[in-house]
Design a protein around this ligand. Structure first.
Ligand code: NDP
Length: 500
């Protein structure tokens, strides 16, 4: 049996904290001040194997068989209550791990509860199939379909929105009746372990249905996605790793969904309400220090309003307060960890080499409390072919690109390998509908940006992913359909007949 104190975590397998088979530990640092405040074990191949076996045993257990739709609904509602009752603590842990504003992580925990309740309500829908008429000349048959869970879900999540992105997987997976093994990001493993502890303390979660093994992606993550005991792989992370994960799941013919990166256009037309559009651009790329897959990192502005728009945008950017994520006056906090901050700086340098101009920011703010801080940055004179316009920077860096007309806006918006999300700012509703049709992305916001909801599917076109999370589509990722034929004739006479 392992232990769990405020800062020394072990793994959560089979319903309890347990020690790793290895000795390596992963330090967890607060990016605001660089302080190391916790550590977790670096899960080994044996640890993952143990968790997958525990999940399989739990999935087959009598205890889980008793969790019919209505009991799973109650379980999901109870988890929502647990999250709400511990909202401050969980939000604080998130902020301490990745530096996201405390006001923001508190809001995220509210969403987490909403997602569990939404999928709790959908439990009943999982139970219902349909009846299908079968051609009466073939046989007298009755057919019905059932929705059945895959079995064990192996889930891998990134560091930018740890608990919420885990909930997007755990809630529908449980609603559909699966067991779950979670490998959180090595940057942000503590909140996942604390959530598992709270859920096991406060709800009737059967042992082994929900397991958390922290560890390195290339060891623990790769072992999970290639494990033959995992029936469905659910991943959120970068496109590069997503390709590996999907290939690895494919070799086992496991079901797989991958939510990947984005390089999202935020398109502003002359008829737009400019005040709203500026707020939408700021929300798109600077909120959360730009560390979101749906960041509106390519700001496409019609040339007729480009200069005025840019002036007003820069005015607003210069008022951004960078600082302590626990301070409610702060607008943006640190990057989640030092290497990510370095990557962002390298991209800014690359942009300059490519010919872009740094119109604002570009460096660490003076007197920053740690090495994780970067100023909100606006790049102009950007060509859509540049690397800074094509690659996901995952930081507060906006590339402003002018366009001549609607056709060019659409061409630029789509001239990218990604297809996660887009924003369109126009008061011309016909134009809005045309853009919603023409932009190749999983989500298009018209005169809004970065809105999500539990009942609305979210996911990517092109290199931004396979599958959807949230909504009925999100639930469907976690069950498979069984067809049952029942003979009503009572006569099976011809041994060589058959339809296939
Ligand atoms: P990564 O792809 O680097 O890592 C994501 C997770 O995968 C981590 O837990 C990581 O482990 C693990 N991992 C790494 N290598 C492997 C491997 N070979 N096999 C299995 N698992 C592995 O992404 P980041 O954590 O850097 O997150 C940022 C990315 O996530 C961005 O590209 C962003 O766009 C995307 N994202 C997408 C969202 C969406 O819904 N579309 C939402 C949020 C983020 P380790 O801890 O060791 O790194």
């Amino acid at each position: 049996m392992g232990n769990c104190t405020m800062d020394e975590y072990s793994m959560h397998i089979g319903g309890e904290f347990t020690d790793s088979t290895g000795d390596d530990r992963i330090p967890v640092r607060n990016p605001y001040n660089g302080e190391e405040w916790a550590s977790v074990p670096s899960g080994t191949e044996e640890d993952i194997d143990r968790a997958v076996r525990a999940a399989n045993a739990a999935f087959e257990s009598d205890a889980w068989a008793e969790f019919t739709q209505s009991r799973r609904r109650e379980l999901l509602y109870d988890i929502a209550d647990v999250v709400e009752a511990n909202l401050e603590e969980l939000a604080r842990l998130e902020t301490k791990q990745n530096g996201r504003l405390f006001t923001e992580t508190q809001g995220q925990m509210g969403h987490v509860a909403e997602y569990f309740r939404y999928f709790g309500r959908l439990c009943e829908a999982v139970g219902s199939g349909r009846t299908n008429p079968v051609d009466g000349t073939k046989a007298d048959l009755f057919n019905f379909t059932k929705k059945e869970p895959y079995g064990v879900v192996g889930a891998i999540t990134p560091w930018n929105v740890p608990i919420l992105l885990s909930a997007w997987k755990l809630a529908p997976a449980l609603a559909a009746g699966n067991a779950f093994v979670h490998k959180p990001s090595e940057q942000t493993p503590v909140s996942a372990l604390r959530l598992a502890e709270l859920i096991y303390e406060e709800t009737e979660m059967p042992d082994g249905i929900y397991n958390v093994v922290p560890g390195d992606g290339e060891v623990a993550g790769a072992t999970l996605t290639s494990h033959s005991g995992v029936d469905k792989v659910a991943f959120t992370g970068s496109t590069a790793v997503g390709r590996e994960v999907a290939a690895s799941a494919g070799r086992n013919l496991s079901a797989v969904s991958v939510e990947l990166g984005g390089k999202n256009p935020n398109v502003i037309f002359p008829s737009a309400n400019i005040e709203n559009a500026i707020n939408g651009v700021m929300r798109g790329i600077f909120a959360s220090t730009g560390q979101v897959c749906m960041a509106g990192s390519r700001v496409l502005v019609h040339e007729a309003i480009h200069d005025e728009f840019l002036d007003r945008l820069l005015d607003n950017v210069s008022a951004i307060e960078v600082g302590d994520p626990m301070d409610p006056e702060t607008d943006i906090g640190p990057m989640a960890f030092r290497d990510q901050c370095e990557t962002v700086k390298e991209y800014i340098g690359l942009g300059e080499e490519e010919g872009a101009t740094i119109a604002y920011g570009g460096d660490s703010p003076e007197g920053a409390p740690s090495e994780c801080f970067i100023e909100p940055t606006v790049l102009t004179n950007v060509d859509n072919d540049m690397q800074v316009a094509q690659e996901e920077i995952f930081g507060p860096v906006a590339s402003v690109i002018p366009f001549e007309d609607e056709a060019e806006a659409v061409a630029l918006a789509n001239d990218i390998d990604y297809g996660l999300a887009a924003g369109v700012w126009t008061e011309d509703m016909r134009q809005a509908h045309r853009l919603a049709d023409d932009i190749r992305a999983g989500t298009v916001w018209i005169n809004q940006y970065r809105i999500i909801a539990p009942n609305v599917p979210f996911g990517g076109f092109k290199d931004s992913g396979i599958g959807r999370e949230s909504g009925l589509e999100g639930l469907k990722e976690y069950y498979q359909t069984k067809s049952v034929y029942m003979d009503l004739s009572g006569e099976v006479t011809d041994p060589f007949a058959g339809e296939y």
